[in-house]
Design a protein around this ligand. Structure first.
Ligand code: MD3
Ligand code: FE
Length: 217
């Protein structure tokens, strides 16, 4: 991380769009951080490779995941949870790189959430065809803390529902560098990702990577 990272942050007001109460889309907010994020990702993935986990119901997820930070998200036969240890290696998850933390904290602050202190960053990788079905994120202890998501690589159609599963989702195209802060009432809204369309991204290749920063514990 370099000092001029802080000076490279775009003016939040210029690219701010409200998706719902508490949900703020910051188009391109991660672009100034792009090369440092990708370099840091390579180091994380060397230590904690992407893996396709199984849900407690025995289904294998179509996207591959890993984590960094003091807690990572794990699913297996016994259920979903945050755990300090990567079950694949038996070691702690890789530390959260300073550039990740700076990006997440600045985005949260720009959306009105001062003092965001993420302890977990989930890293999802979508190959063409991979998807995420509608769900809520409820495994974190404190729903007052927002979730910050960062989209990298191929564009995805993000499905953004409401507080009830039956609420008809709105569709948003999330592109490389887009950041969304999900707080307030939207923190518990149902959401998902439509099957990823094939393509080639100039920097990230034939995939989409999504980072989500959370206060898990
Ligand atoms: C809205 N990931 O990891 S990021 C997830 O693109 C997840 O990989 C998706 O849903 C992805 O749980 C969507 C956007 C997102 C993340 C968390 C949310 C939207 C959210 C929590 C509450 C409401
Ligand atoms: Fe989610």
């Amino acid at each position: 991380m370099t000092a001029d990272l802080f000076e490279a942050v775009p003016d939040v007001r210029a690219s701010c769009e409200a998706m719902a109460e508490g949900a703020v889309l910051l188009r391109g907010f991660a672009r100034p951080f792009e090369s440092e994020i990708i370099a840091a990702l390579r180091v994380i993935v060397a230590q904690a490779p992407f893996r396709r986990m199984f849900t407690p119901g025995g289904h294998q997820m179509s996207m591959a995941m890993t984590s960094c930070g003091s807690a990572g998200w794990v699913t297996d036969r016994s259920g979903y949870r945050y755990d300090g240890i990567d079950p694949n290696s038996g070691q702690p998850w890789p530390a959260m790189p300073p550039v990740f933390r700076v990006l997440a904290v600045q985005a949260a602050a720009g959306a009105g959430f001062a003092d965001f202190a993420p302890d977990a960053c989930l890293i999802n990788r979508y190959a063409p065809g991979a998807r995420m079905s509608l769900h809520q994120d409820r495994d974190e202890r404190d729903f007052a803390a927002p979730i910050v998501s960062v989209s990298l690589g191929l564009p995805a159609i993000f499905l953004f529902g409401g507080p009830k599963r039956a609420d008809k989702p709105k569709r948003y195209r999330l592109e490389h560098g887009d950041v969304v802060v999900w707080g307030g009432p939207s923190r518990l809204f149902f959401h998902g990702v439509a099957p990823l369309a094939d393509g080639e991204h100039a920097v990230v290749g034939r995939q989409r990577i999504n980072l989500t920063f959370r206060k898990a514990r």
